[in-house]
Design a protein around this ligand. Structure first.
Ligand SMILES: Cc1ncc(COP(=O)(O)O)c(C=O)c1O
Length: 177
């Protein structure tokens, strides 16, 4: 019997491309060994930041590389959240993010999910009632519901956040799937 964990995006062990990762690590070490093994700049390894910037069509100064999503969310909370602040999330959402928000004293207000993303009427009502620090969404294969936000809803959510000058935090680990 196989257990499927619904709280984490734990990959199937048999899906790991160990041969490809070994080759990539060897190539990277040959090309950039000293820089990779030495303490590096706090924003991350420059060639990786440049690649990410080109991939996402943004300036390299807008890219920071962290050690996994939780470190970056921690940085975000350290700089954005004061105890008592509201952060709007989907409901349900990723349990680790909720733990982190609570540790920073934030109150997570959840917006129910439809099959095509957050319930927009509810989102608008929450935005009108609260003054959130940011909106945290997992738009692709949402954890734990599995829903993917429609293009139309994404456009409307962006319009709402622009209207309210609200920071939109997109956690998108499953987009490349
Ligand atoms: C929405 C979401 N974000 C982030 C992560 C984990 O990302 P990382 O491995 O970068 O910490 C998970 C893992 O389950 C997740 O579901």
């Amino acid at each position: 019997m196989k257990t499927i964990l619904f709280n984490r995006g734990v990959p199937a062990t048999e899906s790991f491309g160990i041969g490809e990762v070994t080759e990539a690590a060897q190539a990277a070490l040959r090309a950039h060994g000293s820089a990779l093994l030495q303490y590096g700049p706090s924003l991350g390894f420059a060639p990786l930041r440049e690649w990410l910037a080109a991939h996402h069509g943004v300036g390299v100064e807008q890219v920071i590389v962290g050690n996994g999503s939780l470190q970056l969310l921690e940085f975000l909370c350290l700089t954005q959240v004061r105890s008592g602040d509201v952060v709007v999330t989907e409901s349900p959402t990723y349990d680790r993010t909720l733990t982190l928000l609570r540790r920073h004293g934030a109150r997570a207000v959840g917006v129910a999910l439809d099959d095509d993303g957050p319930d927009l009427a509810r989102l608008e009502a929450v935005l009108a009632a609260e003054r959130p620090r940011f909106l945290y969404l997992i738009p692709d294969f949402q954890n734990p519901s599995g829903t993917t936000c429609s293009a139309e809803k994404r456009r409307r959510i962006v319009a709402l956040t622009e209207r309210d000058n609200l920071l939109l935090v997109e956690d998108a680990p499953y987009r490349p799937l």
